[in-house]
Design a protein around this ligand. Structure first.
Ligand SMILES: Nc1ncnc2c1ncn2[C@@H]1O[C@H](COP(=O)(O)OP(=O)(O)OP(=O)(O)O)[C@@H](O)[C@H]1O
Ligand SMILES: [Mg+2]
Length: 272
């Protein structure tokens, strides 16, 4: 089963004629005097599953927050499906993007956070339906139908009318995934989605991600400390260190065969 995930994607990635769905071009990001990203160049291809690993503070969250428009690059460009995310064309010139432009381009992207970020006053069905109805102006009945389908897919078809505080952490995280999937993103971003969970709940959440990955068509960027999971699900692993990509390649090359010293030190912590 796992092999089939990779096979379905490897053809995409090896085919150089396929255009990336996301391009970071010489992206720099500083917070005050601290330069966190020092010229990031990164292409992500349609359907590709990318695991992003690296020490705490290396900029993993910053990379995906910039794509989600929660953080603006200091310089450089991010292109999503051929469209410049942070800039738009006006009278033949590139100018800073308007809110409307950001919203449109961001429409292709879904994100699941470490701390779920569900609306506490809404049932889990309402949590899923809200954005399609409010943002995408989808008809309520069709949004409801698709939300139920997604909640069933993540194994929560019997909890539609529950509120988030009636669910376990693993269940909440599965709602967060259903809520992102309902928006039919072309790219899904996962930021350490299992690290706030009790160990016994991690498996059920990884299982859902594994299932989504198998479907194949969505690109996925997974910030994770679950190295075995990265090895299994990712097409490519990227090791971020000191503001740049210090190593990247097939999961086995990066996680098992690389001689990069910083990467060795980093991985050492995960070995039992
Ligand atoms: N809004 C912010 N204001 C100031 N500094 C920030 C902000 N966001 C991130 N940083 C700093 O940028 C650096 C990179 O942060 P980031 O959260 O991207 O790291 P990370 O690789 O995701 O780390 P972790 O594994 O701990 O989640 C850190 O030094 C962090 O303190
Ligand atoms: Mg982080």
């Amino acid at each position: 089963m796992v092999e089939s995930v990779k096979e379905s994607n490897s053809s995409n990635i090896s085919n150089k004629n396929i255009k990336p769905i996301v391009e970071y071009k010489k992206v720099h990001k500083s917070f005050g005097d601290v330069e966190v990203l020092k010229g990031l160049d990164l292409n992500i291809f349609p359907g590709e599953k990318v695991a992003l690993i690296g020490p705490s503070g290396s900029g993993k969250t910053t990379i995906i927050r910039m794509l989600m428009t929660l953080e603006q690059p200091t310089s450089g460009e991010i292109i999503v499906d051929g469209k410049n995310l942070w800039h738009m064309e006006k009278n033949g010139k590139l100018v800073p993007a308007s809110e409307k432009h950001l919203r449109e381009v961001r429409g292709d992207i879904g994100m699941v956070f470490q701390h779920f970020n569900l609306f506490p006053h809404m049932t889990i069905l309402q949590n899923c339906m809200t954005a399609p109805v409010q943002v995408q102006k989808e008809d309520k009945e069709s949004a409801k139908k698709r939300s139920i389908e997604m909640l069933e897919k993540v194994g929560l078809g019997d909890k539609l009318d529950n509120y988030p505080n009636q669910l376990s952490g693993g269940q909440k995280q599965r709602v967060a995934m259903a809520r992102a999937l309902v928006m039919r993103p072309k790219i899904m971003l996962f930021d350490e989605v299992t690290s706030a969970l009790d160990p016994e709940l991690v498996g059920e959440v990884l299982e859902v991600i594994r299932d989504i990955a198998k479907e194949g068509e969505m690109a996925m960027v997974l910030v994770t400390h679950e190295m075995d999971f990265a090895l299994e699900v990712a097409d490519r692993v990227i090791f971020l260190d000191d503001g740049v990509i210090a190593e990247e390649g097939k999961p086995s090359e990066v996680l098992e065969e690389s001689n990069n010293e910083r990467l060795q030190q980093f991985l050492y912590r995960f070995r039992s």
